[in-house]
Design a protein around this ligand. Sequence first.
Ligand SMILES: [Fe+2]
Ligand SMILES: [Fe+2]
Length: 170
Amino acid sequence: MLSKRMEKAINDQIKWEYYSAYLYLSLAAYFQNLGLPGFANWMEVQVQEELFHGTKMFRYVLEKGGKVQLQGIEAPLHAWKSPLDAFEYSLKHEYQVTKRINDLVDLAQKEKDHASAIFLQWFVTEQVEEEANFGDTVSKLKLVGDGGGLFMLDRELAARVYVPPAATAA
Ligand SMILES: [Fe+2]
Ligand SMILES: [Fe+2]
């Protein structure tokens, strides 16, 4: 059984994960229009990750016999000042997601909901990776500036492929 409070909190987070997918899809379009298809590819892979996160939570609520109530998703931004601005915006978004996941863990602990606490550990670890991924590209963008280095970085980001997490982790 999920408490009503936990059920509501995970439902809220499902929306946030799908909003993240929507935000990164908007960023993929932004980068494609800028002529940076590698950056666009990187964002499209991130969209897949976010859909996976949202669906993982969706399945958990159902598995616990809870009720899923999908919420409306706000429109994300569609323009940024520069690739660096876009990645800094994304990194800030991931910091917010990390805070939300930590709050969920706090709630699980407060309610002595061990199953949810263990379930959420996967997301705690995932957020370490997410912040590192976005932070890494922010650092590289600061190094290359607007010059030709951007095209080299674009080629690097073109190589990212979506790897679905192993069944045991899912
Ligand atoms: Fe996520
Ligand atoms: Fe990830």
